[in-house]
Design a protein around this ligand. Sequence first.
Ligand code: UT7
Length: 334
Amino acid sequence: MMSRRLEVGMARILGIGGYVPDKVMTNDDWAAIVDTTDEWITTRTGIKERRFAAEDESTLDLCVHAAERALADAGLAATDVGEIIVATDTPEVYMPDTASFLQHRLGCDTVPAYDLGGSGCAGFVQALDIARSRIAFADRKVLVIGVELISRLISWQERETCVLFGDGAGAVVLGSGAGQAELLDVVAGTDGSKTDILTLVAGGTRMPFTIETARSGAHQHLEMNGREVFKQAVHRMSGGVDDVLSRIGRTIDDVALVIPHQANKRIIDAVAKKAGIELDRVFVNVQSFGNTGSASVPLGLWQAREANRIAEGDLVVLTAFGAGFHWAAAALQF
Ligand code: UT7
């Protein structure tokens, strides 16, 4: 019987794109709506402002902008895409998934397209892991997007959560041909014992939408134990960096840039400290965009590349953590 060898490591990043909406929401804007201050938000999170989608923009629009930029960066047409994965917790509609809408809007023919939903802020890096196996087995170009339009789905009354988030999208095209960076390896994990620490319950079968859940605001209520999420995020994101580096036989000293999930500057500082890397080799944009969920890592990658923070020959590590709890880290050789 013929067996097909899995060429691990053959996936390359061919193009990178990102998009954030124009509308800026500052900490002072939030202070006019909920009982908070610029001082509290800045000292506890490092966030100064975030971007919010315009009323006529939807999750799909954010995806399209980021995808078109990634395709242009790769020098590819939509018809070259062989598979689409969209990581999001804030989809276009409840069903079908955002990837179906995106496939049609971009004009990608009838290629497989699916969402990785509910994976929290780790979704994009998890999707890289899936994409590389699709490339190894099916040798196609995979468009991977991380996107969130959180501002429209979260409560604007709950100061514990509303001030943390922002909207945006990031995209990469991966394939086996010549590209900008080789995806050397990805590590990923899930601890399903902590599903109650960061969760949005309403809308599922456990609590279907009713007039009562809508009136109580349950459909917009993000249940979150901030301190526990903080601790786990530091532990898992720094652990992800260590694990992926040990799998490729490199150390933190070899790394030119770490691009962590942007949830909180204090989390990023703690991850850098635990991973043993100085902050000048860590990418930070949380001050401008807040926590953009699964968009945060690809947006960071896009911005870092645009700002010439990445040069040819650089080893770059992505690390993410989110509800689930899920975590994932990836090593890229530019
Ligand atoms: O990507 C996953 C999404 N979630 C996260 O990443 C969250 C991770 N956790 C964090 O970033 C931090 O835990 C927070 C920024 C959410 C909170 O910071 P903290 O230093 O852990 O504060 P805390 O939860 O211990 O709350 C301190 C106080 C509380 O008041 P009392 O009980 O001390 O009187 C809160 O009620 O701050 C209060 N508080 C606020 N005050 C002003 C909570 N939110 C706000 C607010 N403005 N927006």
